[in-house]
Design a protein around this ligand. Structure first.
Ligand code: HMG
Ligand code: MG
Length: 315
């Protein structure tokens, strides 16, 4: 069977996709304009109103490294009453981050974020991959003991901004370590948004060959080269049904120069709606959810499908 024939059959079998909205964290961490706390909070609330059931609201990282997330405590204080059916997650690179996150009282999952590239690990979290796993191990043990879920990220699954192409074997190595720590799900980050579908296949196939369950993997594709949506389609073909996305295509990564935002949530929802795959998210509401944030930043919505919808609404 050709790949095309194989692919066409598989994504139809997936009837629902879990969208993990990462715009308030991954999106806003890299916008040059600092977004006021109340606007961030309103963004999170509007996204939940639009049907988002998993949301990454902020990160507990050093304010010197990522000043845009320095209001994490206030954001979480204001989001205490987010309905219990919504999974709220935050980034915690170390025990200090975890202890601060726990004070909020409304975190369901904490995310540790590793990389398949040594150089990226150093630039992003100031330590080697080995040292990062040792820090994450302490975070995971404490978090799991406290009844929190632990999510893992592997950055640079296809390429690193400092080292170039990354061998899928390195992704498998870090995925295994994160899995052994007790991560319930590992998100696969095309951090600089350069991967094309065949590279995504190689990574997913390498993971599955080593025993990964596709239901415990998520796709986290930045859209620098405009390939994020095709990478989602390929991932659906291979059985993945969880994807990280960012409202309005906000953001990037502060330690990956030139990387643009994640796949826009609007484009993910538009694709899924068209394929008859349920996301539980209302397309029009998610477009409107980011309007106030975009006004503050002074940019338009970066999602093509959102732009088309807005243009149609104005006529
Ligand atoms: P470090 O400087 O090596 O840490 O940074 P340290 O332990 O030596 O501490 C230095 C200072 O930071 C101390 O303060 C600590 O208290 C403080 P000082 O005594 O100088 O005043 N500190 C903290 N403060 C608040 N919260 C904390 C914390 N830890 C230490 N948790 C560290 C190590 C990891 C903290 C730093 O490198 C850092 O914060 N990095 C953040 C990197 C980041 O947020 N990157 C973006 C997110 S990752 C991403 O976007 C990729 C992803 O989307 C997936 C993908 O796209 O591939 C997830
Ligand atoms: Mg990212």
């Amino acid at each position: 069977m050709t790949r095309a024939g194989c692919s066409a059959g598989r994504h139809r079998a997936i009837s629902s996709v879990e969208v993990i909205e990462v715009g308030p964290r991954d999106g806003l961490q890299n916008e040059k304009v600092s977004v006021p706390t109340d606007v961030k909070v309103a963004l999170c609330r509007s996204l939940v109103d639009a049907g988002v059931r998993r949301i990454e609201t902020t990160s507990y990282v050093s304010p010197k490294w990522v000043p845009q997330m320095s209001d994490n405590v206030n954001v979480m204080e204001a989001l205490k009453d987010i309905p219990s059916g919504v999974e709220v997650s935050v980034l915690t690179p170390n025990l200090k981050g975890l202890e601060n996150a726990k004070l909020s009282g409304r975190v369901d999952a904490v995310s540790v974020f590793g990389a398949a590239s040594e150089s990226f690990s150093q630039k992003n979290i100031n330590c080697s991959i080995e040292e990062s796993i040792s820090r994450f191990s302490a975070v995971a043990e404490t978090a799991l003991g406290d009844g929190l879920k632990v999510r893992g990220y592997v950055s640079c699954i296809a390429a690193c901004p400092y080292e170039g192409p990354i061998d899928p074997k390195n992704v498998v190595k870090v995925w295994k370590l994160l899995k052994d720590l007790g991560c319930y799900e590992v998100s696969l980050g095309d951090t600089i948004g350069v991967a094309t579908p065949n590279q995504i296949s190689k990574v997913i196939e390498a993971l599955v060959a080593e025993g990964a369950d596709v239901n415990e993997l998520a796709g986290h594709y930045h859209d620098t080269c405009g390939t994020a949506l095709t990478n989602v389609l390929r991932s659906l073909d291979l059985g993945l049904s969880k994807f990280d996305s960012s409202a309005a295509g906000l953001g990037g990564c502060p330690y990956a120069a030139g990387a643009s935002g994640n796949l826009a949530t609007e484009d993910l929802v538009y694709l899924c709606d068209g394929l008859g795959i349920d996301t539980g998210i209302d397309f029009g509401k998610v477009v409107c959810a980011s309007e106030a944030t975009l006004d503050v930043i002074g940019i338009g919505n970066r999602s093509k499908s959102a732009q088309a919808w807005q243009a149609k609404k104005q006529t």
